[in-house]
Design a protein around this ligand. Structure first.
Ligand SMILES: [Zn+2]
Ligand SMILES: [Zn+2]
Length: 135
């Protein structure tokens, strides 16, 4: 890791899961619009691509739900055993962990995002998103 990494903290809704995570100055962030996320999470989700070993977390507090992704390789959703908030997703195809972005204590650093699986599936209201922002 020769890039400059910055420490951040975060936690789940109920506070039982807390973590420290090292992120790039400009983290790689994705909005995923895929059907799997919609069914698992109720809508599009925002995740941050983590470098290997970037997160320090007590895994004993996490439950795991596992399924196969479109590639036939496993995907694991790690969630708080108490409040069921999603914490991490592991994608075997890329051998990578992703952090659910909203768990960061400071979301002001998240200024850039890439939308993925948008063409495959997305809520139609995304197409006139600006006009729906009321506050
Ligand atoms: Zn929790
Ligand atoms: Zn998805």
């Amino acid at each position: 890791m020769d890039k400059k990494m910055i420490n951040h903290t975060g936690g789940c809704f109920c506070g039982q899961v807390k973590f420290t995570v090292k992120l790039d100055e400009v983290p790689r962030v994705f909005n995923c619009h895929c059907n799997d996320c919609m069914k698992k999470m109720g809508g599009m989700i925002t995740i941050i691509d983590l470098r290997e070993g970037a997160i320090d977390i007590d895994k004993s507090k996490l439950g795991i739900y596992e399924h196969l992704g479109g590639s036939g390789k496993k995907i694991q959703k790690h969630y708080c055993k108490n409040c069921t908030a999603p914490v991490l997703t592991y994608v075997a195809k890329w051998n990578k962990f992703y952090l659910y972005a909203g768990l960061l204590n400071d979301i002001s650093i998240l200024k850039n995002v890439n939308n993925i699986h948008y063409k495959d599936s997305h809520f139609p209201f995304m197409e006139n998103f600006d006009s729906t922002i009321k506050s």
